[in-house]
Design a protein around this ligand. Structure first.
Ligand code: FE2
Ligand code: FE2
Length: 253
């Protein structure tokens, strides 16, 4: 294993997460289904593919697209959620992911300045909605636990833990491809992404803790283990996919 993801997550959240209800459920799910995205084999494969500039640039384009897409999905979901505190968190999360989409667009041309081109810039700019947030609503209390919401909080949480690990993997590769003059800015942009992912893990973990304190601990342990096993299946399928973006491949070949 490249990294102990449970420990890494709890350290990012502050040491006490290690032994609270959330930290324990997370670590037991990872013990049952060790995250494939944190194995040495996955990292080696990822680094090998990332040596190809077209592949790596296409990955940044697809990150830009995915972040923009999830921003829209989260904003839509927020409008359907009755729990005021969790809805606040979803809106703030959506606004962050829309910003991430724009950061990935900027990273792409920072890492590969030869891609600075109007057609690509317009394509990337259209990938994220413009959203406003009023913060994570941490002064508002959670309402009674809703099973569907708990299930979403767990899925979001596991997804964000994966995003955090993948951004730790991405950072040295982006810096290695980038021209020296752009590395400072790129490093700062990647740090923003990492800090935001930690915030996404934090607000979803808060709902999970709230549910655990309301007697849902057994359900949480079960759902986390089930969703983590599913996430591993999806990650396995993702490893071999990832076609090159034609606009990027042309410019870099
Ligand atoms: Fe993100
Ligand atoms: Fe995120």
């Amino acid at each position: 294993m490249l990294v102990d993801v449970g420990d890494l997550t709890c350290r990012h959240l502050g040491g006490s997460a290690m032994c609270d209800s959330y930290g324990q459920a997370l670590r037991s799910a990872f013990l049952a289904s060790p995250p494939i995205y944190a194995t040495t084999g996955f990292a080696d494969h990822y680094r090998k593919r990332a040596r190809d500039r077209s592949w790596f640039a296409s990955l940044l384009v697809s990150d830009c697209d995915l972040e923009g897409y999830s921003a829209g999905q989260l904003a839509r979901y927020a409008s359907e959620v009755g729990d005021e505190r969790f809805a606040c968190g979803l809106i703030a999360h959506a606004a962050d992911e829309a910003r991430h989409s724009r950061i990935f667009a900027s990273l792409l041309v920072g890492v590969f300045p030869q891609l600075e081109d109007t057609a690509l810039r317009e394509k990337l700019a259209g990938m994220a909605p413009r959203l406003k947030s009023r913060g994570y609503g941490s002064t508002v209390g959670f309402g009674a636990v809703d099973e569907g919401l708990l299930s979403s909080a767990i899925l979001i949480n596991l997804h964000e833990v994966k995003a955090l690990v993948l951004e730790h993997l991405l950072r040295p590769l982006a810096l290695a491809h980038a021209p020296e003059a752009n590395r400072g800015k790129i490093g700062r942009q990647l740090q923003v992404l990492i800090e935001d992912e930690v915030q996404h893990i934090r607000y979803s973990a808060e709902y999970i803790r709230h549910a655990a304190a309301s007697g849902w601990d057994a359900a949480i342990t079960e759902m986390m283990a089930e969703y983590q096993a599913l996430m591993n299946e999806v990650t396995e399928q993702e490893i071999e996919t990832g076609a090159c973006d034609p606009l990027v491949a042309d410019a870099l070949s």
